[in-house]
Design a protein around this ligand. Structure first.
Ligand code: 1CP
Length: 344
């Protein structure tokens, strides 16, 4: 049963371009990493193992909601979890990130990756159901990695700065690239569908590394695949947030790909981003390092972001990328309280 207040929650209203009671706020990577209560429950338990334990996922997803009073929960999982669930041999190593045992290089490698069905991820359905029961009128944001960003881990075999092997496949083996992007896009769409059907009320597509692309390459080789994922999520009737890092040259295209809300990193001022995203809401974009500044400096900058956000069709306050692990949770609490007290 959907909670009667959910549809009128500030996050969903802002995402639809309606006037919310206050500007909604949540923080990318709010679950995990910086919270002492997170480090405590994760002690001795691997990242992927945690993501497959519905009780633990429930607890970790709720921790930042309890502590900060944010306007949304983000489901605790990872962009590579659905690949693990279908049988790709990978691990998430502490301090490194996703590491893939046999990187994908050939058409046969792509064809060996199964499509995702709900039977691969019963623990996701279970965790989402129990979470929406506790969250009530607070939205749960489901998420998936976008095809380009997930492809980078599969092709490189791990985290990469240049994405050189990934782009070499895109430039040099377009048939393999196309098949890989379709495969990952299908998995992402199915994974989002599982989350929404279990009760998630918004989704975010993370194309964190899309900023490595020129607009032409993005438009030709990446955008159609992200657009298919977003179109599929659109049939589920929930708002779609589309986020990447270093994407000032791609913001229009990321909107056109089918987003209701375009996530903006901290490098692009909202006043520059808003005209680019068209008739869509924006999410962002305080520099995540400002939590290390004196509180008054952080809050002054937050005020500037909030004021710039007035010009948007809708504004969801967030950091311009994820919470840095050494962040003091008390600073995020002050930030969340400040956003809630700010008068639009
Ligand atoms: O609030 C949350 O933490 C929600 C859960 C969440 C999300 C939304 C995690 C948990 N990961 C993600 C998304 C994710 N994972 C992205 C997109 C968002 C972003 O840009 O930050 C990316 C690129 C990843 C891949 C990944 N997983 C990395 C980055 C590696 C690189 O290339 O630099 C890392 C370090 C991970 C591991 C991970 N995922 C999540 C946590 C809490 C952790 C750390 C766990 C550990 O070290 O034990």
């Amino acid at each position: 049963m959907t909670h009667p207040g959910l549809s009128d929650s500030p996050l969903l209203k802002a995402a639809r371009g309606e006037e919310p009671a206050h500007t909604p706020v949540w923080f990318m990577r709010q679950a995990g990493r910086s919270l002492p209560e997170y480090l405590k429950v994760r002690e001795g338990i691997g990242m992927l193992e945690s993501c497959m334990d519905p009780g633990l996922v429930h607890e970790i997803t709720m921790q930042p909601v309890r502590r900060y009073g944010v306007d949304a929960a983000i489901f605790f999982s990872d962009i590579v979890l659905p690949l693990k669930a279908v049988g790709v041999d990978l691990d998430i190593k502490a301090g490194i990130g996703p590491v893939v045992a046999s990187p994908v290089r050939t058409m046969a490698d792509v064809e060996a990756i199964p499509d995702l069905t709900p039977e691969h991820v019963p623990f996701i359905t279970e965790a989402v159901r129990s979470l929406v029961g506790e969250l009530g009128a607070t939205p749960l944001i489901g998420f998936a990695g976008a095809p380009f960003t997930v492809a980078s881990y599969l092709v490189e075999g791990g985290p990469s700065k240049e994405h050189a092997k990934t782009k070499a496949m895109m430039f040099g083996a377009p048939d393999v690239w196309d098949a890989l992007m379709r495969k990952i896009g299908g998995i992402a769409a199915a994974y989002l569908r599982v989350q929404v059907e279990a009760g998630a009320s918004a989704v975010q597509l993370f194309d964190s590394w899309a900023g490595a692309l020129t607009p032409t390459d993005y438009r030709t080789s990446v955008m159609p695949h992200s657009a298919r994922v977003l179109a599929d999520a659109g049939t589920l009737g929930v708002p779609r947030i589309h986020f990447g890092v270093g994407t000032s040259n791609l913001l229009s295209l990321m909107g056109e790909a089918g987003a209701d809300v375009v996530g903006v990193d901290w490098r692009t001022p909202l006043e520059s981003a808003i005209p680019l995203v068209g008739d869509r809401a924006v999410q962002g974009n305080l520099d995540p390092t400002l939590v290390f500044a004196p509180t008054d400096v952080m809050l002054d900058r937050a005020r500037e972001v909030l004021e710039a956000g007035r010009a948007a069709k809708g504004h969801i306050f967030n950091l311009g990328h994820g919470v840095i692990p050494s962040t003091d949770p008390d600073q995020l609490k002050r930030l969340s309280d400040f956003v809630h007290a700010w008068q639009r």
